[in-house]
Design a protein around this ligand. Structure first.
Ligand SMILES: CC(C)(COP(=O)(O)OP(=O)(O)OC[C@H]1O[C@@H](n2cnc3c(N)ncnc32)[C@H](O)[C@@H]1OP(=O)(O)O)[C@@H](O)C(=O)NCCC(=O)NCCS
Length: 325
């Protein structure tokens, strides 16, 4: 039973925060950020809730497919930054969209969340071919960054994406050929996001640093550049392909130096490597669908293309997927 992506919708907050804007509040420069990361700006919410942003992304996804909202059977929220643990982002968006009696839940695989979401969607579609899935890969990272920590504050941004998947071939954007997802907690302390139930809390306790993203940037960089090419080679060889069969590489958009290094190690030419991190920063689980959406809008993603997706994130988690457009 084949599975297909039908459409991808995106919603961005209204506020654009440039590197110069950040330099007003912390000891950093546009030059440092651009040279080390490639990021020029990012979007950050002001008052809008995560649920509202993700509802807008979902409406955008429904606007470009003939699949009607009432046929959705499952909503998966891939996020590490929901408005609340309960209701989950998925349930809140279902409510906003007027959907009831559906299966809706969140899961967190940090920056690999989209690929984990595709893996779960694939399993659900295999279990019941009449399922139709709305996969939210959506983050308000600005609510989880410590503005006193310049080593992380300049890296992240907010974005919401929604991907509709089903087993129907007609009208599809791409077939989901394969997905591989992995995790290894050995180096979990290199990238952490606390603020959950690891420590007892009482009303009135102040927020501690561990509520925010904490990262050993160099270790994350090193492991991302080592692991992403390996998982790409694994998914290619498992499916009988080589890198020469790939028309477009879309890697998790955290840092242009990581993406270029992954491309080089794989031996793919830079013109086949899509990069948009300069406009959005690292939007965690949202980067890959945001890049897919933009590649399509810009006419780069064309029918017939074979696309390789790869992500790496906290945990560590990582994954890769193959799409046939
Ligand atoms: C974070 C990252 C950009 C830092 O780049 P780097 O070249 O490794 O820089 P370093 O951490 O070695 O820091 C170099 C210097 O810049 C300083 N610095 C750090 N952040 C800075 C900032 N925002 N502005 C100015 N200077 C900064 C450091 O304090 C350090 O100064 P020192 O040499 O006086 O100690 C890089 O490690 C990275 O991209 N890591 C991966 C992050 C990532 O992708 N995370 C998400 C994965 S899902």
């Amino acid at each position: 039973m084949k599975q297909y992506i039908h459409s991808i919708g995106v919603a961005l907050p209204n506020r654009i925060v440039s590197n110069a804007d950040l330099a007003l509040h912390m000891d950093t420069t546009d030059e440092w950020i651009q040279t080390r990361t490639g990021i020029a700006q990012r979007y950050m919410v002001e008052e809008e809730s995560h649920t509202s942003l993700a509802t807008r992304a979902s409406e955008c996804a429904f606007a470009t497919t003939s699949i009607p909202p009432h046929t959705i059977t499952h909503i998966i929220g891939a996020t590490c930054s929901p408005d609340t643990y309960s209701p989950s982002l998925a349930v809140s968006v279902a409510h906003n969209l007027g959907m009831t009696n559906i299966c809706a839940f969140d899961m967190n695989a940090m920056c690999s969340g989209y690929l984990y979401g595709l893996e779960i969607a694939r399993g659900l579609l295999c279990a019941n071919q009449s399922s139709t899935i709305l996969l939210l890969a959506s983050e308000l990272m600005s609510r989880r960054i410590n503005m006193n920590d310049r080593t992380t504050a300049v890296l992240f941004g907010d974005a919401s994406t929604a991907t509709i998947l089903s087993t129907q071939h007609e009208g599809a954007l791409a077939e989901l050929e394969d997905v591989i997802c992995c995790a290894d907690g050995t180096l979990s302390n290199c990238l952490t996001l606390g603020g959950a139930c690891g420590k007892p809390k009482a009303v009135g306790d102040s927020i501690t640093d561990d509520f925010f993203i904490q990262m050993n940037g160099r270790e994350v960089f090193k492991n991302a550049v080592r692991i992403m090419p390996t998982i790409c080679e694994q998914i290619l060889s498992t499916n009988g392909y080589t890198i020469d069969d790939i028309d477009l590489l879309i890697a998790h958009q955290a840092n242009f130096r990581i993406i270029e290094a992954v491309g080089e190690r794989l031996g793919i030419t830079q013109d086949k490597v899509f990069i948009n991190v300069h406009n959005y920063g690292n939007t965690s689980s949202a980067t890959i669908p945001l890049a897919l959406y933009e590649a399509k809008e810009q006419g780069i993603l064309q029918p017939g293309m074979k696309v390789l997706l790869v992500a790496f994130g906290g945990g560590f988690t990582w994954g890769s997927a193959l799409l046939q457009c």
